[in-house]
Write a protein that binds this ligand. Sequence first.
Ligand code: ZN
Length: 133
Amino acid sequence: MSDLRVPKLWREIPQHYRLEASKCLSCGRIYFPPKTICNNCKSKNLEKTALPRKGVIETFTIIRNAPSKYELYAPYAIAIVKLENDVKILAQITDCEPAKLQIGMPVEAVIRRLYDDGENGVIHYGFKFRPVF
Ligand SMILES: [Zn+2]
């Protein structure tokens, strides 16, 4: 595993950074990542909503042959996480040996480096989930 130093950008992200989704005000469906038009009822009447940061692993798969920008992390696990409000999101699991993951394991959202954009050197951040012990 290579040395993933914590860049300045990460330290500057506020503690209260939200796991932001959008909610359709017509039919109630929640989208993550946020959408501006509801797939279900075609309404454009959506508002930003914060998702709970905790949930459980509903199912997961281990990725061994990663796309090139994620090679650094392989093998890693991708899971469907069922959040406390029953919304399900697909996310990478971090801070845990993939072999130790279990269905039903409690997890929480954290901000992590996702990948470097090789062409312009931009480091992309996003949410991953880590087990809560
Ligand atoms: Zn809708």
